[in-house]
Write a protein that binds this ligand. Structure first.
Ligand SMILES: [Zn+2]
Length: 384
């Protein structure tokens, strides 16, 4: 299957190139902001929408008006307009989904300065050729795989970075073979995680690690102890320190656990399917207790670990749709059930009687795998 991946490196520009970067990013921002202002104005006047093509057609006239725009590669300016179009597409999608809309904002200087080349970029060892800028050195920390689709130059802190979005054929030799090494994961409160593996959905449950079970009691004890002390007394400070230390201990143990487990999983699987966490976090927001808080933090760390490691190993990492009700639907017939948190078994009229976490893990896996083959798997490179 085709994998799309971004490779990011630190650029080592000289002073002249640094100035050009700032100029390119500034021109991009100018075109973006002007386009945004025009879109708003036209909409307010005539209730009509200016499209990307309308704005793009104005570029030659704009260059006459502002000759310094001519110094910048025209495709870079077009990419600025495309960003604007994407910002509006995202805005309208959020409105449709009744999420917080967040109308596209004007870009300010020094905030996420960036620009993009859709083509024309060439590579030679640790040098990258950027149209109208020239050869720029970069710190090549590892090899780039596949064909470069587009190249983004962006400023992070005081450094300029280059990101190559590439597409390549994955090392997973054959889809059926990959399926035999597929893994579906459901994260839970009663058990840490439930796995279903391979074509036959072999089940494995990972119990909550002992430090978590024991730690919970100790946390409750320590916080109670703190609440009994007179505030800001010597003993209060002592108790507070104890509590903070224990939090630190739990955090370390949890990270350690997540590291080991994720390494082992990535080694032995080719496609890893996980749920989207946000939905579970939202569902659970009513029952905010200590164990919930601990688990939530642990889950996201664990999944970030998995994602990062899978990406580095060139394995498939898939996340189920945010709104997919993995715990409610029978994986066999799709019938929806309303299960209370206490009900551990889903008993469906189709004859499927199954542990609810196993059912959820199978659903997550099936839902993710449906997407493979039709869409490209996107692995996003995390910063080193
Ligand atoms: Zn059923």
């Amino acid at each position: 299957m085709i994998i799309r991946k971004t490779f990011k490196y630190r650029l080592k520009p000289n002073n002249a190139q640094r100035r050009l970067f700032a100029q390119f990013a500034g021109s991009c921002r100018f075109v973006y902001n002007r386009g945004l202002a025009q879109k708003i104005e036209v909409y307010e006047k005539s209730k009509t929408k200016l499209s990307y093509y309308d704005l793009n057609n104005q570029l030659p006239a704009l260059k006459q008006e502002y000759p310094w725009l001519k110094d910048v590669h025209s495709q870079v300016l077009q990419q600025g307009l495309k960003d604007l179009a994407t910002a509006f597409t995202n805005f309208f999608r959020r409105v449709k989904n009744k999420e917080t809309p967040g109308f596209p904002k004007f870009k300010a200087k020094g905030q996420r300065d960036s620009f993009r080349f859709p083509q024309g970029v060439k590579l030679n060892e640790n040098l990258v050729y950027l149209p109208k800028i020239g050869l720029v050195k970069f710190k090549k920390s590892r090899d780039i795989l596949g064909e470069i689709n587009q190249t983004t130059i962006k400023k992070e802190g005081k450094h300029w970075m280059v990101c190559f979005s590439c597409e390549y054929e994955s090392s997973i030799p054959n889809y059926d073979l990959a399926l035999s090494k597929s893994l579906g994961i459901d994260m839970g409160l009663a058990t840490y995680a439930t796995f279903v593996k391979g074509l036959g959905n072999e089940v494995e449950k990972i119990e909550n690690p002992r430090f978590l079970k024991k730690g919970l009691k100790k946390l409750q004890y320590l916080s109670r102890d703190l609440s009994r002390k007179a505030k800001k007394s010597r003993n209060w400070y002592k108790a507070r320190q104890k509590l903070q230390n224990f939090h630190g201990f739990l955090r370390n143990s949890r990270n350690d656990f997540a590291h080991k487990l994720s390494t082992q999983l990535v080694k032995s699987h080719d496609i890893i399917c996980v749920e989207s966490l946000s939905i579970k976090a939202m569902l659970g927001s009513g029952s905010k207790n200590l164990s919930r808080a601990i688990s939530d933090a642990g889950w996201s760390g664990f999944l970030e670990n998995l994602k990062y490691k899978a990406s580095h190993a060139g394995k498939g990492f898939l996340q189920a749709d945010r709104f997919y009700p993995s715990t409610k639907n029978c994986h066999n017939c799709g019938q929806r059930h309303e299960l209370s948190l206490k009900e551990r078994v889903l008993d469906c009229s189709c004859g499927n009687k199954i542990d609810r976490d196993v059912n959820a893990a199978i659903n997550i896996k099936q839902q993710c795998l449906k997407a493979v083959g039709t869409t490209v798997i996107k692995l996003v490179e995390l910063p080193h």
